[in-house]
Design a protein around this ligand. Sequence first.
Ligand code: XMP
Length: 320
Amino acid sequence: DWTPGAFIEEEVAKIRAQVGNARVICGLSGGVDSSVAAALVHRAIGDQLTCIFVDNGLLRLHEREQVERTFRAHLGIDLRVVDASQQFLDALAGVDDPETKRKRIGHTFIDVFEEAAQSVGDDVRFLVQGTLYPDVIESVSPTGGPSVTIKSHHNVGGLKPDMKFALIEPLRELFKDEVRNVGRELGLPEEMVGRHPFPGPGLGIRVISDVTQEKLDVLRQADAIYLEEIRSAGLYNEIWQAFAVLLPIRSVGVMGDERTYENVLALRAVTSTDGMTADWFHFPHEVLGRISNRIIREVTGINRVVYDVSSKPPATIEWE
Ligand code: XMP
């Protein structure tokens, strides 16, 4: 029988045997997967582990601060934060194709991460990745032939071939709910373990069409209100993922005596067990109404909110 406790014990022994006295680095994204992977490896080898968090400027409101609090303050992990927001914005300037965005974000991440990794020291031999089972199967062709890319998830096999690190992927055979239980068993705070998944390219694929600082700021504000209202309605844990999407469409509205012509915001919320299939979440209408009112009133640049009622398949969870 699989239990988180037995899993941790077994993986800790494996990691210790694999690593010996070498130094290990881990890229933290702020999400559940990399957090649990980091905490597990930290349990095994303590301060032989250094974590690197790349602030790509595509994060949710206060996300970076939350990661710093959890990992540095709460877990006492050696954490280095690199602010590379401008580099990512530059790489995304004028790009509107979703796969090109992913590639640019992925490549920029690798450049920034490799530089940070080098600064940790010459004796780094291993890299921790929070790869899960669904990541593995969505990235590999079922026939073993050339893989059909649905979406290029840059957290699988994305580093350059000449990277000299061996991979530690302790979660490779787990599903999300199992990973959460491992995290709880490791003592990670519930606000971290229970977090909705968040994609590596972040808000970069939730600003539809080209990405700018201004659009990111608008989306970040709306997204924060959306999640705040979901939490205060007590619905956060019933939802697999909820997020806002800024559409490159303007619509006419009226505010006081003024005609407005501003952007449309789409809200997405889905239920799922592994992200591979999903249903749209049935919000109580009054909650949707409250969210919409607050966003339109409080966020300059949005005058209309719509709710996405598509399931996966045939729609994907993300819009890009
Ligand atoms: P889709 O949109 O393919 O998403 O239904 C399935 C799950 O994967 C996440 N996702 C990504 N995660 N890099 C990631 O790390 C990506 O490029 C990416 N694209 C989608 C998505 O948020 C959902 O949880």
